[in-house]
Design a protein around this ligand. Structure first.
Ligand SMILES: [Cu+2]
Length: 256
């Protein structure tokens, strides 16, 4: 008996009609759900099959996407008015985890991520009481080595000086600066490094840099902050690593 040629064609057509075929393009990744449960993930580009009716496929873009937040007016705890605007770039690293966390809805992901990013950016702190308790009390200023071995330099800017006046750092090691202002907006640059930040009341500015060479660098305020601005500067003393360790008199600070 001869097998009619139209039968396989008809079956293929039927399967396609029943939704058993799905396509994943370049830059995308898919998961297959069986009655709502993830049964296959990380399905790469190509033509794929699934069980009709029971299984469904969700395709996600894995390319970089931009999260653009709307500018928001922001009042710090000491009633300074700022407008905060930011964007973030990211992509879905784990499609299965993304689906579990958001139900596959990118809008949900944005709603969850935006406040986390915003909090990290604002790092709110009360500039009127920061000298009384917490990270920026006087004996916590300057350089310290944390329990994790990382070097942190904390400073405060105020009209018209930096506290401390001299920051001692080790050469050839990452140093994280954490600074804030108690009054006006100040700025600071460190000598010839790429360190250049604004110190704004109510916010903690933080950056990490390294000093390749031993020696002294000037750290002037570079944002006009009032009549005494010209005289507002501090120094960064870069010591050889061993000498720095030997000179550390400030006890390690507990981060909490
Ligand atoms: Cu200034």
């Amino acid at each position: 008996m001869k097998f009619p040629a139209w039968i396989p064609l008809a079956i293929a057509l039927l399967l396609a009609l029943m939704g058993s075929v799905y396509v994943v393009s370049e830059g995308q990744s898919a998961i297959v759900l069986n009655l709502g449960k993830v049964v296959r993930s990380d399905v790469g580009p190509g033509l794929h099959f699934k069980i009709p009716f029971v299984e469904s496929a969700r395709v996600f873009d894995r390319r970089l996407e931009v999260l653009d937040a709307n500018p928001e007016r922001y009042l710090t705890s000491d009633k300074q008015d700022f407008s905060l605007d930011f964007f973030a770039i990211g992509r879905i690293a784990d499609v299965r985890a993304f689906y579990r966390a958001t139900g596959g809805d990118e809008e949900v992901a944005v709603q969850r991520l935006a406040p986390i990013i915003k909090n990290a950016l604002t790092g709110e702190i009360n500039s009127r009481t920061l000298h009384l308790a917490g990270e920026f009390v006087e004996n916590n200023l300057g350089t310290s080595i944390g329990a994790d071995g990382k070097v942190v330099a904390r400073l405060i800017a105020q009209q018209y000086s930096f506290e401390p006046q001299c920051i001692v750092v080790p050469a050839e090691m990452p140093v994280t600066f954490r600074g804030t202002s108690t009054d006006a907006v100040h700025g600071f640059v460190v000598g010839t490094t790429n360190a250049n930040v604004m110190l704004i009341p109510g916010f903690v500015a933080t950056f990490t840099t390294a000093f390749p060479t031993v020696g002294e660098q000037l750290m002037p305020c570079h944002e006009y902050c009032g009549t005494g601005h010209e005289a507002m500067w501090a120094r960064v003393q870069v010591l050889p690593r061993d000498e720095f360790r030997a000179n550390m008199v400030i006890p390690p600070v507990d981060e909490d």
